[in-house]
Design a binder for this molecule. Sequence first.
Ligand code: HSE
Length: 436
Amino acid sequence: MKPIQVGLLGIGTVGRGTFEVLQRNQEEIQRRAGRPIQITMVADLDTARAQSIVGNHVQVVSDARQIIANPEIDIVVELIGGYGVAKQLVLEAIAAGKHVVTANKALLAVHGTEIFAAAHQQGVMVAFEAAVAGGIPIIKALREGLTANRIQWLAGIINGTTNFILSEMRDKGLAFDDVLKQAQALGYAEADPTFDIEGVDAAHKVTLMSSIAFGVPVQFDKAYVEGITKLESQDIRYAEQLGYRIKLLGISKRTASGIELRVHPCLVPAKRLIANVEGAMNAVMVHADAVGTTLYYGKGAGSEPTASAVIADLVDITRLHTVDPLNRVPHLAFQPDAMSDLPMLRMDQVVTSYYLRLRVADQAGVLAKVTGILAGSDISIDAVLQREAGEGESYTDLIILTHDCPEAHMNQALAEMQQLTTVLAPITRIRKEELN
Ligand code: HSE
């Protein structure tokens, strides 16, 4: 049978992996897809390098539009990244009637509504398994595997760079900056590593997962985003003494008043499997009414793990492209006319529990004042740990774990506590999730 013809826009790490895995496993993939899948064109600015990767049987061009204009190409794989030229090319490919596979989480999290609407109108598919958690088939799981369920929440370690940094800081007591350099050298970090360490990359991914879990439009602008740059090693140690690990989580929950969508460092009980996901690995927990809690674990980045997801999408499209568009799996799991308008909650509306660290004067009555303020904001305390003051020190650290409360209450209590003359430094607040 005539091969499905694929054009690659960009042949960097993931493009190379896609080409090599497709070649290596072509027989196995064809047995699954029902026909051969061939990369027949590649566009890259560095044509010499691209040609050296794909050999002489594949046409290499520097202008991506030559691929889009080629009537023989069935699927365009966008691996350029970013929202600029990538967005334009994806929209042009859709307009030309091509199916699109992309690993571009930033593009879909920000412009997904426009892109999916264009694809729906043209009757083409836009597949994005590689955009979230690399090789873990989490999009497939949320969109198809869990389709019987009413999903209640999901929480994931979905940025390998930050998980690597947090793991090394905890394991080896290393400083943040040194570990970041290692992560960059190992190739985990985004071209702009601020996207990793400030939580933006994780927010792109959780925005996409939230959308397909709850059937709401992609709304990256409504996500609360906080990275790990302000995290201190002492908090990692205190958390450990209390039986917790600190992870950068992407969390989305369905509540009675709306959808929570947030990325921030988070204490997680050390006994949870997800707390033990170390290094650059990713994991996503999903809690749903029928199946209960499920956990998906694997490599969230890298050439062949991400290629695995790209090729899974190529096979899906190969199997489904002749199907009536109205009978295909919807892009965002729910039928376009059945999307929900549930509001996305502001962070001060979120209900969660907290870890607080206060540097306080080591004097009588300080703890009573602090607990009095928390009680006044209707915040119940779960545990208190006090560091023994060192020889000659007139201050100490108070570590407090709270039960759940609305973030607005915590903000009010923090403002009041910070005013106490016996509180000697800015208070550290880290959110906590039991994930049970
Ligand atoms: N920079 C990302 C990470 C790569 O560290 O997980 C995959 O999106």
